[in-house]
Design a protein around this ligand. Structure first.
Ligand code: ADP
Ligand code: ADP
Length: 235
């Protein structure tokens, strides 16, 4: 089943005189457990694709379904509720709360959603923290961690509630080569081992080579849809 389904989606900005078509007639399914890389030049519509898929932005035409629900037919409040239930985010800039500890940051999505952590979820989160090598850091603040560690905290936070999909926006953009490949390996195994669906926007052919699928956008259209590719094939 599709976690995200786009049906003939158009998204434009501006008024008639200055209209920009950020997405044009996009129809695509992102399936459960798939790790998809979204590539394309600057201005090709990658951020718009992600924002529309996550219900952060409304479509102009067509339909977008998230976990089977029609985002295009919902108001902002309903979309926000759906997003909090089903979506995790990872950003280039990590977006951790500086005043909170690692443990508090990881639990933040539960806090925001007003949900308590069940014993089963607690076990899962403890497992994640160990697997991500963060066990000795749970009481530290983000500023006391390296970039790679901070991104691992962000990934733990995104995985903690087992969302239907994680959107990762240039997640390795601020990391050195070694931390990058750790983070990519983690996302890869989250998809393979836990069936976690991940959509990652990236410019980096090496990052995209970790994905199961490479979608290429150009001028608001999906111009290529490949299976797993090597960095050489991508660049
Ligand atoms: P990418 O992420 O691939 O760089 P974007 O989705 O950010 O592409 O942008 C696609 C097109 O839509 C670009 O022409 C961009 O300038 C335009 N665009 C994006 N967001 C806005 C906005 N809020 N207002 C007006 N134009 C926008
Ligand atoms: P909330 O009211 O739950 O904070 P938001 O729409 O502000 O809902 O954001 C939900 C998540 O999406 C947050 O993690 C936020 O940092 C992220 N986010 C907000 N705006 C954008 C954006 N323009 N692009 C990508 N992610 C965003």
């Amino acid at each position: 089943a599709a976690v995200v389904a786009f049906r003939e989606v158009g998204k434009s900005y501006g008024t008639e005189a200055t209209v920009v078509h950020a997405l044009r007639d996009v129809s695509v399914d992102i399936r459960r457990g798939e790790f998809t890389a979204i590539m394309g030049p600057s201005g090709s519509g990658k951020s718009t694709f992600m924002n529309v898929a996550a219900g952060l932005d409304d479509v102009t035409t067509g339909g977008v379904f998230l976990a089977g629900q029609p985002l295009h037919a919902m108001d902002d409040t309903a979309r926000t509720i759906l997003r909090r239930q089903h979506v995790g985010f990872v950003f280039q800039s990590f977006n951790l709360v500086p005043t909170l500890t690692v443990a508090e940051n990881v639990l933040l999505p539960f806090e925001l959603a007003g949900r308590s952590v069940t014993p089963q979820q607690r076990t899962w989160i403890d497992h994640l923290v160990h697997v991500l090598g963060l066990a000795a850091r749970v009481d530290h603040k983000p500023a006391e961690l390296s970039g790679g560690q901070q991104q691992r905290v962000a990934i733990a936070r995104a995985l903690a509630s087992r969302p239907a999909i994680i959107f990762a926006d240039e997640p390795t953009g601020n990391l050195d080569t070694r931390s990058s490949s750790e983070v990519l390996q983690l996302m890869r195994s989250a998809a393979t081992e836990y069936g976690q669906t991940i959509a990652m926007v990236s410019h980096d052919p090496i990052a995209a080579s970790f994905a199961d699928r490479v979608l290429v956008l150009a001028d608001g259209r999906v111009v290529a849809d490949h299976g797993r590719m090597s960095p050489q094939q991508i660049s």
